[in-house]
Design a protein around this ligand. Structure first.
Ligand code: HEC
Length: 230
């Protein structure tokens, strides 16, 4: 009995010690059971290991450097990620510039932000589906403000009537992107091109084309906002 007790106490202590040994924190990543699973061969943009001997003990690299060495010698200071070119603004892969207007700059959005899409059948069909997915819960299938969630929340805009009919397309885009009053922002959920398709659908189908913008004349209008570059 006594011996069993001693053994269990001992194994308890050893397990404890082992667990403490595995503990990671600060710059110590703890014990790695399969190091090659954790250390990237490809350049890691957000880390930089300049010490060529790190991970030498398990290295199978052809250049003879340590397994963990991760620096791009083609870049200044061996950085893995280059800094953006000075005085440039990144576009997304579809050529869209970042949207810079603030929530309160609704009027400015209405005046300056332009829909890059022509309301073709395909744009409207996609816009309809997106509207059903993202907006109809509150605004209702026909935009009358009678969606199920909308009835609970109350105060949902009826997009088919009154002053809403004349809203500029940039204004609607801004409201979807940044939200307004009791309506939350949807910018993080819906891609800019999809937001524009919704705008086209709302304007052409729900509002019967009232207040629709004239087709974009390529040039200045597509300058700074979330519209594609020419
Ligand atoms: C969670 C419910 C909800 C959803 C989802 C929602 N809205 Fe709204 N929306 C509202 C409410 C509430 C208002 C009234 C806002 C206010 O003035 O306080 C509103 C107002 C609006 C307005 C009028 C803005 C103005 O200038 O007064 C437009 C346009 C609009 N929504 C479009 C959309 C579109 C397009 C979608 C889908 C991408 C959408 N909404 C999704 C609740 C919602």
């Amino acid at each position: 009995m006594k011996i069993t007790n001693t053994y269990s106490l001992l194994s308890f202590a050893i397990t404890g010690l082992l667990l403490v040994g595995c503990k990671a924190g600060g710059n110590d990543q703890g014990l790695e059971y399969a190091p090659q699973m954790y250390h990237s061969v490809a350049y890691e943009p957000l880390t930089q290991i300049t010490d060529e001997s790190q991970g030498a003990w398990l290295s199978t690299r052809e250049d003879g450097k340590g397994e963990y060495y991760n620096s791009n010698t083609n870049n200044p200071n061996n950085m893995n990620m280059r800094e953006p070119v000075a005085n440039t603004v990144p576009r997304n892969k579809n050529g869209y510039l970042p949207y810079r207007l603030k929530t309160s700059e609704l009027e400015l959005a209405g005046q300056t932000v332009r829909n890059p899409f022509e309301p073709t059948d395909q744009v409207l069909a996609e816009g309809e589906q997106l509207f059903l997915n993202y907006c109809s819960t509150c605004h209702g299938k026909g935009g009358e403000g009678d969606g199920k969630a909308g009835m609970k929340i109350g105060g949902v805009a009826n997009l088919t009537g009154g002053a809403y009919l004349g809203l500029p397309e940039g204004h609607i885009f801004h409201v979807i992107t940044k939200g307004k009053g009791r309506m939350g922002a949807h910018g993080s959920q819906i891609l800019p091109e999809d937001r524009w398709k919704i705008v086209s659908y709302v304007k052409q189908k729900i509002q019967g084309g009232q207040g629709a913008q004239t087709p974009v004349v390529a040039e200045a209008e597509v300058s700074t906002e979330e519209t594609p570059a020419n």
